[in-house]
Design a protein around this ligand. Structure first.
Ligand code: S3P
Length: 445
């Protein structure tokens, strides 16, 4: 049985030591961008190691609908033949579960004289789109949308004026949407981010031949992009996703006797907040073979079972590990003492309200958890007393909530069951098989 397409519930049971060497799937952020930038560019973009998860496949389908030729060549290799711009799609664009997909595509498409209607699954239809519509509307795009700025929405693009925009929330998706719109706007588009967020868009714009200026100023990072620049197709090697690597690494840290190496992990400093935090908790993590792959630092990360201790995670670290708090919460559940995570309000508007679901799941597994409007405080069971476990966990179709609780079940006293494993395939197809290959005991419930 493979993890993709599963609908039956899954159980994770306490297992023996985890051992082995694995490669995580390609990075989701880089994969979406590779397809979108390739479609905007002139000529061919060859992509290696694309994440063939459902979110990214939706973006591939969307780019075809906007007029690019997008071909899967097998084994994670893809070719995108861009035409230097996007044309009006004939049908509604369904971005599935993917917030990154829809927000980046909205930005990219807003620069062209076209109308397009976007929708998504139940989770995506409940997520805020105002954060991208507001700056894009200031640039000249027009929107018709449901109340509360939710999908489905229709956008009319074209004739944009550049904007200077200070991000009200730390969001790489919003930054990227504004920069992509700025490519086809009159004048210099400027985004100021008080807290730096992942910079794959800036790096990839350069890789496609655009000029982007980045200045670190006292009030934040200022990114400037001149309008009217064209992109040229290139080659992209997608590094391993640190947000997916986090699951086998934390599983090894909490399962006695384990040693697991995850190869080819993206080590962009704006994505390594979890590794820093785990090291502060006393995790035995070793990083080797650091190299540059396509403009991004990459390395191999080895985790060995460790006695973890609770820590205070600084709020300023949130943008560099925003998708990793659910699995950090699992590490915290096995630590001695209290772990405090603050300044993580953005977790409430992800694929689910991740603060609420982690608090509920960990409490059901016997842990003392305090939920705050923008925080989560977990008292660990202690390095020598695993959490009780034994819970049925509601995931509300959130892939990271599902994977985090399965990892918890691998080392808890009693099995942990999750209700809806199918969504794991949005970001980590093959998760169950990969974990089983390391020694996990995960089976249909
Ligand atoms: C992403 C940015 C983050 C992250 C998401 C991917 C990106 O979202 O949670 O999984 O690729 O730009 P926000 O921009 O909403 O923080």
């Amino acid at each position: 049985m493979s993890s993709s397409g599963q609908t039956a519930a899954l159980n994770a049971r306490r297992c023996g030591p985890l051992r082995g060497r694995v490669r995580p799937p390609g990075d989701k952020s880089v994969s979406h961008r590779a397809l979108i930038f390739g479609a905007l560019a002139y000529g061919d973009t060859e992509v290696e190691g694309l994440l063939e998860g459902e979110d990214v496949l939706r973006t591939a389908a969307a780019m075809r609908a906007f007029g690019a030729r997008v071909e899967a060549l097998g084994g994670g290799r893809w070719r995108v033949r861009g035409r230097g711009g996007l044309s009006e799609p004939a049908d509604v664009i369904d971005c599935g579960n993917a917030g990154t997909g829809v927000r980046l595509i909205l930005g990219a498409a807003s620069g062209f004289d076209l109308a397009a209607t976007f929708t998504g699954d139940e989770s995506l239809r409940s997520r805020p789109m105002n954060r991208v519509m507001k700056p894009l509307a200031e640039m000249g795009a027009r929107f018709l949308h449901r109340s509360g700025g939710r999908l489905p929405l229709t956008m009319r693009g074209g004739d944009l004026q550049a904007l200077e925009y200070r991000l009200p929330e730390p969001s790489a998706q919003v930054k990227s949407a504004v920069l992509l719109a700025g490519l086809n706007a009159r004048g210099d588009t400027v985004v100021i981010e008080p807290e730096p967020t992942r910079d794959h868009t800036e790096r990839m714009l350069r890789g496609f031949g655009a000029r982007v200026e980045v200045e670190d100023l006292p009030d934040g990072r200022r990114i400037t992009l001149a309008g009217g620049q064209s992109l040229t197709g290139t080659r992209i090697r997608v590094p391993g996703d640190p947000s997916s690597a986090a699951f086998p690494l934390v599983a090894a840290l909490i399962t006695p006797g384990s040693e697991v190496t995850v190869d080819g992990v993206l080590l962009n400093p704006l994505r390594t907040g979890l590794l820093t935090t785990l090291q502060e908790m006393g995790a035995d993590l070793a990083i080797s073979g650091v190299r540059d792959e396509g403009g991004e630092p990459v390395g191999d990360v080895t985790a060995r079972h460790s006695a973890l201790r609770g820590v205070d995670v600084p709020a300023a670290r949130a943008p560099s590990m925003i998708d990793e708090y659910p699995i950090l919460a699992v590490a915290a559940a096995f630590a001695e003492g209290v772990t405090r995570m603050r300044g993580i309000g953005e977790m409430r508007v992800k694929e689910s309200d991740r603060i609420a679901l982690m608090a509920a799941g960990l409490s059901a597994c016997g842990l003392a958890v305090e939920e705050e409007p923008e925080g989560l405080i977990i008292t660990g069971a202690g390095a020598n007393r695993p959490p009780v476990g034994g819970a049925d966990v509601v995931t509300r179709g959130d892939h990271r909530i599902a994977m985090s609780h399965l990892v918890l079940g691998m080392a808890a006293d009693s099995q942990v069951r999750i209700d809806e494993p199918g969504m794991i395939a949005t970001s980590f197809p093959g998760f169950v098989d990969l974990m089983r290959g390391l020694g996990a005991d995960i089976s249909a419930a």
